[in-house]
Design a protein around this ligand. Structure first.
Ligand SMILES: *[C@@H]1O[C@H](CO)[C@@H](O)[C@H](O)[C@H]1NC(C)=O
Ligand SMILES: *[C@@H]1O[C@H](CO)[C@@H](O)[C@H](O)[C@H]1NC(C)=O
Ligand SMILES: *[C@@H]1O[C@H](CO)[C@@H](O)[C@H](O)[C@H]1NC(C)=O
Length: 303
């Protein structure tokens, strides 16, 4: 497939491989679910008004808003410094660990449905896929909780810390990931309020990851759509970008998350490759014939 891809680039028919972009980000609104105790997003319309252009007499519109927010609101990144004093704050996370990386999704939605505060296990991983990553990558967990966004009660379990209820990483899994995969694994994401289960008291999964400078993505959106898209394909890894606000000294920041998948139908693609292959064979055949005729029958009239 790689070789054929190169051939396509060579033949300048790269369009077949155009990418489909998935925005894995919830819109930020004051009504988004929030981790109890944090500063919510407060959006104030500062003004809207009409002005008059002194030169043309045309009226024009102008608007300006102000917002106040905690760093950990909506779809956001937790910088490793959030729970490890010697680790990176938001602006210190190397750019190459955020942009043009890869990601894969682990679907734990069935188990999460069956067990409250399900603790994701090592067995839930798709380690074959993780080993196929050819550079930095993020591991995303789809628990199905995102279906309840933006309702605080069904999404998060309640308004109070002791009411929280959602799946998260087991301590064993967090330790396993940092011990075995921290060379290429740069981040772990989830479609809940926190990477630790709702019942967690001391954020242990957070702390284990942060110590190894692995960042965390919370309230990730639209993973279900990506899974559906991937369901009848062979690949599990896809291109991925995380774009947090570059807050100096930040322990976290709202961020935009983008998954980019090849817009390439496997079956159709193979037929297309076969066609190109036949065409090439034909061209080679014609060229060979011409050269043969020219060499052995130079008297032949080519006009
Ligand atoms: C939001 O911020 C504005 C402006 O600072 C303030 O007047 C208002 O009380 C705040 N609202 C809430 C819910 O905190
Ligand atoms: C703008 O409006 C003023 C007042 O009506 C007029 O004197 C002026 O000529 C206008 N200028 C233009 C560019 O139309
Ligand atoms: C982190 O905290 C420990 C314990 O207080 C301290 O020894 C260490 O120097 C700190 N590291 C940084 C980079 O601040």
């Amino acid at each position: 497939m790689q070789l054929l891809h190169l051939l396509f680039v060579f033949l300048n028919i790269e369009a077949v491989f155009s990418l489909i972009n998935f925005d894995l980000t919830h819109s930020i609104k004051s009504t988004n679910p929030i981790f109890p105790g944090l500063t919510p997003f407060n959006f104030t319309q500062t003004y809207t008004s009409w002005g008059l252009d002194g030169d043309t007499n045309e009226s024009y519109f102008k608007a300006l808003n102000t917002f106040i927010t905690g760093e950990h609101f909506g779809t956001h990144i937790d910088a490793p410094y959030h729970g490890s004093n010697a680790s990176w704050s938001v602006e210190q996370i190397p750019f190459e660990r955020l942009v043009s990386i890869q990601a894969l999704i682990v679907d734990v939605s069935k188990k999460s449905l069956r067990k409250r505060n399900y603790e994701i296990q090592i067995e839930d991983l798709n380690e074959d896929a993780m080993q196929q990553a050819n550079g930095f990558y993020v591991l995303l967990f789809y628990t199905g909780k995102s279906k309840f966004w933006p309702d605080q009660i069904t999404y998060a379990g309640g308004e109070l810390r002791e009411e929280l209820e959602f799946p998260g990483l087991s301590v064993q899994l967090a330790s396993y990931l940092v011990n075995k995969y921290s060379d290429k694994l740069v981040g772990v994401g989830i479609d809940t309020l926190s990477i630790d289960p709702g019942s967690s008291k001391d954020f242990r999964a957070h702390r284990i990851l942060f110590k190894e400078n692995i960042y965390v993505l919370e309230n990730v959106a639209e993973l279900q759509r990506v899974l559906t898209y991937l369901s009848n394909r062979r690949e599990t890894l896809f291109s991925f970008d995380v774009l947090p606000m570059k807050i100096e000294g930040g322990t976290g920041a709202p961020c935009r998350i983008v998954a980019r998948l090849e817009n390439f139908d496997d079956a159709g693609g193979e037929w297309f490759c076969f066609l190109i292959f036949c065409l090439l064979l034909m061209l080679i055949g014609i060229a060979a014939k011409v050269i043969y005729d020219f060499k052995f029958h130079p008297d032949k009239n080519f006009s």
